[in-house]
Design a binder for this molecule. Structure first.
Ligand SMILES: [Zn+2]
Length: 280
């Protein structure tokens, strides 16, 4: 999965240390992130990789996290697209599903979530004053009314509903991702994760479930989400009643007919694969 970066290390410690030439520069523009193609692999650009005239300002760059001990800093403003030479590219977030090595894709999308959050917290949502960085932790503070805002992480469930040797596969009605999916939905205020599982399955396909088992979780920065995966069993009637606002397809598929693993970045894909190979 995208957060499984092997021997590489992700350190989210908050830091006010200024950027150095060898640190990575995270540049976001219109839902895309600036990467460099080095041979067949992608890399995060370091400040020192930029030509002198395009080099982002070290003194205003904001520390986000460290990858393998190298600081990753948000650059604002980011270099204009038409000024970049060959091998430099603003990649769409969808493209990060196939960008390798994985630690580059992970750092790029994790930074995108932080970038999105900072841009949405310029002003206080309660009194409208301009927010300020806390300076001691990852938070934005309102100097007028005292509101403190922490990064937005929305919990959501991914649910694999099984009925013997069958798995319920879905397809989203209107999202960029068009591959096979499982039941998914955000946790609402006051709900347990198991409540969310039962509610989402009932809402999206009109089925009841039992024997809910936790599998794994995944930070999914594409949608500011913490995904929590569950397997569960059908309880009663198997006829699907699709919520057409959310899904365009919902079918029971035999284990032997399931498609091979679609990608190696998502929890959904891993959960389908685990069932396909009989591990679940
Ligand atoms: Zn305020």
């Amino acid at each position: 999965m995208i957060q499984d970066i092997g021997k590489h290390s992700y350190d989210r410690s908050y830091s006010l240390a200024p950027a150095q030439e060898r640190d990575f520069a995270l540049c976001y523009r219109g839902g895309r992130v600036l990467l460099r193609k080095v041979g067949t692999e992608w890399a995060l650009p370091r400040f020192c990789d930029f030509p002198e005239t395009l080099r982002p300002d070290l003194t205003t760059a904001r520390h986000f996290f460290a990858l393998d001990g190298v600081g990753c800093y948000l650059c604002d403003p980011d270099p204009a697209e038409d000024a970049l030479s060959e091998g430099w590219e603003y990649c769409s977030y969808q493209m990060l599903r196939s960008v390798r090595p994985m630690e580059v894709a992970f750092a790029a999308i994790t930074g995108a979530q932080l970038d999105r959050w900072y841009k949405a917290r310029v002003y206080c949502g309660r009194c409208g004053a301009k927010m300020r960085p806390s300076g001691i932790e990852r938070a934005m503070n309102c100097p007028d009314c005292g509101l403190i805002e922490y990064p937005k992480i929305s919990p959501a469930v991914i649910v694999a509903v099984t009925d013997g040797d069958k798995l319920l596969l879905t397809r989203y009605a209107d999202r960029p991702y068009r591959g096979p999916a499982l039941i998914a939905g955000f946790v609402e205020i006051g709900e347990t994760l198991e409540d969310t599982v039962r509610r989402e399955v009932l809402e999206e396909v009109g089925l009841h479930v039992k024997n809910i088992r936790y599998y794994k979780n995944q930070p999914w920065s594409f949608t500011d989400t913490m995904l929590v995966g569950f397997y569960c069993d059908l309880d009663g009637e198997a006829e699907i009643h699709l919520d057409r606002n959310e899904l365009c397809e919902g079918v029971w598929m035999e284990r032997s007919e399931l498609p091979e693993r679609e990608n190696d970045v998502s929890l959904t894909s891993e959960m389908i694969e685990m069932f396909r190979i009989g591990e679940k």
